[in-house]
Ligand binder design. Sequence first.
Ligand code: ADP
Length: 452
Amino acid sequence: MFQKILIANRGEIALRISRACREMGIKTVAVHSEADADAMHVRLADESVCIGPAPSRESYLNMQAILSAADVCGVDAIHPGVGFLSENAAFAEMVEEHGMTFIGPTPEHIRLMGDKITAKETALALGIPVVPGSKGAIDVAGDVKALAEKIGYPVLIKAASGGGGKGMKVAQSSADLEEALRLARTEAKACFNNDEVYMEKYLGHPRHIEIQLIADTHGNVAHLGERDCSLQRRHQKVWEEAPSPAISEKAREKLGGIVVKAIKKLGYRGVGTIEFLFEDGEFYFIEMNTRLQVEHPITEMITGIDLVREQIRVAAGLPLSFRQKDISFKGHAIECRINAEDAETFIPSPGKIQDYLTPGGYGVRVDSAMYQGYQIPPHYDSLIAKLIVYGDTREECINRVRRALHEYVITGVNTLLPLHRALTEAEDVIKGEYDIHWLEKWLALKAQKAAA
Ligand code: ADP
């Protein structure tokens, strides 16, 4: 097992990983930017190294600085967390070249799935159903209109290197196709320095269902069931639950089986998530994330498996500590993403946390690096806390989410707490009847009512 791990991340996810390390008796090295010197992930690590100024590209994305810190501290592995360098194949390669273990899949698999076009082709070849769409990238000089007609409107233009919902534009008809294409390519170029795009049928009322999987280096693969992340705004997840209120045990087993078979064939190692859209009883692959996911805790709550611990174990070459037959799903879990944003305008709200009181009690877990007096820097993602709640049934879980949100106090900055409180009162949410478009429609309706 590793003696010392460098965690190349910040905030709640860095803390999540360092918690697993401490429980496993592994020493941790935190890295941080100048803006994060007082951060909780730094305070709770065994050692820490400042790797650069506040902007991410000069610190958390600065591969050389991170590798130097790893060398100086003598670590034997690097955990990239989520975001930042977690899906950067070149970084994974450099880590291995430096004689350390990258806690993640091989650089080849990161690359394969990082390009959404090759990912889709690979999925298809592995027997996973995909969203109907263009074969590979769109030839912008070609007859794009004919392609869209063939797929059938509305169509979605998506960036090959996409992530975080960026570089994605809908065309309702041929009238707005050109504009959608132009906007998607401009955004893709700006965000990913790659304006390659592809086209997909735009699904009208799907749910976002993703399957968590884990593979060791001994040929064992298991799936840990699904998460329903349909409550989204601008293609970004806001509230997640496991299991999905819309999936039967039979559908879960079928999809899990397809995924496990595909992952075995691929020879993948580590944790991963395959994302699907689910509409009218059919599943369609959209992408695979070759890393830990922000919403992994809800899977932990219903399976009783510490995913980060397992991830570290398999990276160290140990076999999975369970088999598929050992996994059973118990109860229901919900995660509310608490962002430092205005709950109506979603404008980020960095600043100083005045009062901070977390909820507690049976079935309540808060993954966060916040504390009273903490200054949220304006440079990073606005996710500041995840409220994760477990209940024996979905109804009990929602009642507990409502209760926990009632206790949660964060003052000094705006947060999404009021939005989540309102969601626990929304009839469709209570019934579990929502698709990926539901939240935006509901927000628009609420804004309309407030204006009237
Ligand atoms: P990203 O990597 O940017 O997160 P994804 O491919 O995972 O992009 O898609 C993000 C979200 O965008 C999905 O969860 C879904 O809400 C929406 N989406 C993606 N593809 C489609 C599609 N073909 N039809 C309708 N919505 C889609």
